[in-house]
Design a protein around this ligand. Structure first.
Ligand code: 4GX
Length: 223
């Protein structure tokens, strides 16, 4: 999967996306993430990308021109290596968006090209959405963050796990929380050695070796 991220702060993505499973996926060519600094699409000596809202009020908004130029340039560049019928799925992160759920993550993992727009301040000029440059407005939860960068990282992390080959055998996404096999419920509790810790025992059934009973116990202990 190719993911193009539009952000004013590409350095924020260093760390979360350069360790462990995600870095391994990038090294293996399963995940190709490119960052695009919105500032480079700004106009004038100051490379302006934001302005004050019409009607007044606090905060600044990303302007139409730099954002649309960024989306169009990324799309055109992509068409040099992929055919033109190939369209990126363009996502904008906002608390107004549709709540991200595991089923949505699984569907997104089927895409092979995403553009993620990370806004700061009060968001973006609505005409970027109304004009058809955004396919989906997504929220990661009902709270307000300082920008769309953390939501982008959360989405990339959640969907990378569903790209075939990203998880190893021991990291399978099969029986985990919200999976189809667990009826979209939250996972059962887990225990490891020792059998007793400060008087707290591991449930007997898990030590029994009876896999039918263990399965029954696990299915009965989801939430
Ligand atoms: N889930 N943020 C977007 C800018 C903004 C402000 C107001 C629209 C209206 C968020 C979230 C989130 C912070 C990203 C504000 N956009 N994004 N940003 N919760 O809080 O996705």
């Amino acid at each position: 999967m190719r993911i193009d991220v539009i952000t004013l702060f590409p350095a924020m993505f260093q760390g979360p996306l350069t360790e462990s499973i995600l870095q391994r996926a990038r090294d293996n060519g399963l995940l190709n993430i490119q960052f695009h600094d919105l500032r480079t699409f700004g106009s004038g000596n100051y490379k302006q990308i934001d302005d004050r809202p019409y009607g007044g009020g606090a905060g600044m908004l990303f302007m139409c021109e730099p954002v649309v130029n960024a989306i169009e340039k990324i799309t055109e560049e992509g068409h040099k290596t992929q055919d033109k019928g190939h369209r990126p799925h363009r996502i904008y992160f906002s608390p107004r968006g549709k709540k991200l759920k595991q089923t949505g993550v699984e569907n997104l993992a089927k895409e092979d090209w995403l553009i993620l727009l990370c806004a700061h301040y009060e968001g973006i000029d609505q005409r970027i959405i109304d004009g058809g440059w955004i396919d989906a407005e997504v929220s990661i939860g009902d709270y307000v963050l300082t920008g769309g960068e953390l939501p982008a990282m959360v989405m990339i992390d959640a969907l990378a796990r569903h790209i075939p080959g990203v998880l190893g055998k021991d990291e399978s996404a099969q029986d985990e929380s919200f999976s189809k096999s667990l009826g979209r419920k939250k996972e059962y509790p887990h225990y490891t050695r020792p059998e007793e810790f400060r008087g707290l025992r591991v449930p007997d059934v898990l030590l029994s070796g009876n896999h039918a009973e263990i399965d029954k116990w696990r299915k009965g202990n989801t939430r």
